[in-house]
Design a protein around this ligand. Structure first.
Ligand SMILES: Nc1ncnc2c1ncn2[C@@H]1O[C@H](COP(=O)(O)OP(=O)(O)OP(=O)(O)O)[C@@H](O)[C@H]1O
Ligand SMILES: [Mg+2]
Length: 218
């Protein structure tokens, strides 16, 4: 569904991603493993349109995604939870979650429907919906960022190192949430980056490794 073909990306004239080719498929969880600086975040930012392609192609459902400006990509059903969760501290948890729906100018009824879906999947978010974004713990903030990404993730959900900084018990709970998500949204293509495959073993359908900007397709 979301496919990259021979993608090359440079930052400040230095080649960071090299000849990347792979596809995310509906209903499958693809895990991208790579150490610090391997290029995981750069790859996700490229898919979101925050970095331009130097060459290669990027498409979603056969349509050219690279031609779409960054602000339009979420509208195609791609949700993204960045490494640092970047909540707006003065906004309530619920307002943080619904912000992307506002940006996409979704009708109120559709926003409500998606929000209810998020609360069904992540009931702990409903319990803290009125708290300010700045007043939640690191682990809770990760859940809020997941909920926010889910608001737009009709087709693809991309999570950048979601376990980083989580205490082991919370990481386990987060992994269970992802497992539930796979069952409740069976057509979703899930793309998760991590430095180690351990926590994701149970939910991995396809594993890719990135090293110095290259993915070894096995
Ligand atoms: N804004 C930037 N300017 C210059 N170099 C950058 C920039 N952003 C990333 N890089 C370089 O690109 C490479 C890949 O970085 P990236 O952040 O994508 O790696 P990563 O796999 O996400 O690492 P981490 O596990 O630390 O998050 C690194 O060598 C990094 O130094
Ligand atoms: Mg990164």
């Amino acid at each position: 569904m979301l496919s990259l073909s021979s993608v090359n990306v440079e930052i400040a004239g230095i080649q960071i991603l090299r000849d990347i080719t792979f596809e995310l498929k509906p209903g499958l969880t693809t895990v991208l493993i790579g150490r610090n600086g391997a290029g995981k975040t750069t790859l996700l930012r490229t898919i979101m349109g925050l970095l331009p392609l130097k060459s290669g192609s990027l498409s979603l459902g056969g349509a050219d995604l690279a031609a779409e400006p960054a602000f339009a990509r979420a509208g195609h059903g791609i949700g993204y939870a960045p490494e640092d969760r970047r909540l707006i501290p003065e906004f309530s948890v619920e307002d943080n979650i619904t912000l992307p729906a506002l940006a996409l100018k979704l009708p109120a009824a559709e926003t409500r429907r998606r929000l209810d879906e998020v609360y069904t999947l992540l009931p702990e978010l409903q319990a803290m919906r009125k708290r300010p974004g700045g007043g939640v713990s690191g682990g809770q903030g990760k859940m809020v960022a997941l909920g926010r990404a889910l608001m737009v993730a009709e087709k693809v959900l991309m999570l950048d190192e979601p376990f980083q900084g989580l205490a082991p018990a919370l990481a386990l709970e987060y992994a269970r949430t992802l497992d539930r998500l796979r069952k409740e949204k069976p057509s979703l293509a899930l793309f998760v980056t991590e430095s180690s495959p351990n926590l994701l073993q149970k939910i991995t359908d396809v594993m890719l490794r990135i090293e110095r900007g290259s993915i070894e397709n096995s």
